[in-house]
Design a protein around this ligand. Structure first.
Ligand code: AFP
Length: 328
């Protein structure tokens, strides 16, 4: 090969997806069309996040969302950006947001609506005033034929065809799985593209770090309390950001375990199965880790409602097993 004059990373999200599609002879390219909309939307959201305090994007809007949580301006902005960017992609039949009670039914199967995209537009948004990392989480399902379109979305996480998140942190990072390992991209601001920085990530083992809101300890089950006591006696370290995307990203790269168990306030757990737990569980499993809820594999939970909550224990398999060893 001739001498190269540039060392720049030029493998973009788009070119990586197209290359992967070439390995699947039946691929139509439609899927890359969805991911390009997600890429566009998250660049626009990241831009708004980075304008906090420069533009009027901080603070709450004085209303609660379907989850009963106070909506931040950036929640509403991020939601709108995703709906606008994904809404006109012809192969998306349904868009469902953690922020909206009902999904947006865009196109029937007959009209070409093959996929449903579920998303949490801005996870961790209560941290936004203090410039803590926040993120967008997404999950893509192929819509089943027959039944109501909403019912067609109530599929277990094992049926996800893709899942990912974008972390708006010290850099903007996109983590994606299409069921063939986990790839990581970083937004190169200078060229406006997500470029590939790691392929086939595997979650490390042996990191004695747990991530949990320990202030709720007296509300946790005996099993979780016993695990925490055991961890205190076994030289564990604690890291908790309070933004799931940031906590899970750290665990994906460094290992450890993330827990959000049932509490008295949230007896079924706080996190949403379809918008948060399933996509994160797919990523963690694809990276060689484990994701469970009360001993059951999260991806196998049959959802009964779009906004259903679940408890979550996920991370390196050795660390998840250490937690499970304390459940009776
Ligand atoms: P917000 O989006 O309201 O900030 O909630 C973030 C979140 O859903 C998830 O990202 C965190 O892991 C979890 O809640 C933190 O909850 P606690 O504040 O109860 O620890």
């Amino acid at each position: 090969m001739e001498k190269r004059w540039t060392q720049d990373n030029l493998t973009s999200l788009q070119s990586n997806i197209l290359a992967e599609e070439r390995n699947h002879p039946g691929a139509t390219g439609e899927f890359s069309w969805i991911l390009s909309a997600i890429s566009l939307a998250t660049k626009a959201i990241g831009n708004k996040v980075r304008c906090a305090r420069i533009q009027d994007v901080i603070g709450d809007v004085g209303e609660k969302n379907i989850q009963g949580e106070v909506q931040q301006k950036l929640d509403v902005i991020a939601n709108e950006i995703i709906l606008r960017c994904l809404g006109d992609r012809e192969n998306i039949g349904i868009l469902a947001s953690e922020e909206n009670e009902n999904p947006f039914l865009l196109r029937s199967r007959a009209e070409g609506g093959k996929y449903a995209v579920l998303f949490d537009p801005l996870d961790g948004s209560s941290n936004i005033d203090s410039s803590v990392g926040v993120g967008t989480i997404f999950s893509v399902l192929r819509l089943q034929d027959g039944g109501s379109r909403e019912q067609a979305m109530l599929q277990p996480g094992t049926e996800q065809v893709a899942a990912g998140y974008v972390l708006y942190g010290s850099s903007t990072v996109l983590v994606l799985t299409t069921g063939n390992g986990v790839d990581m991209f970083v937004l190169d601001q200078s060229i406006g593209s997500f470029v590939l920085v790691s392929k086939k990530l595997t979650i490390p083992h042996g990191n004695k770090t747990y991530s949990i809101n320990e202030a709720y300890t007296i509300n946790f089950s005996d099993g979780v309390q016993q695990y925490l006591e055991w961890a205190h006696q076994n030289e564990y370290s604690s890291r908790y950001i309070g933004s799931m995307v940031a906590d899970v990203h750290r665990i994906l790269l460094k290992g450890g375990v993330f827990l959000y168990p049932p509490t008295t306030i949230n007896p079924d757990g706080k996190l949403r199965l379809m918008y948060e737990a399933n996509p994160m569980a797919m990523i963690i499993e694809q990276a060689g880790g484990m994701a469970v809820a009360e001993g059951v594999r999260i991806l196998e939970i049959k959802p009964e409602g779009l906004h259903q909550r679940t408890s979550v224990v996920l991370g390196s398999s050795d660390q998840v097993e250490a937690v499970l060893a304390h459940y009776s």
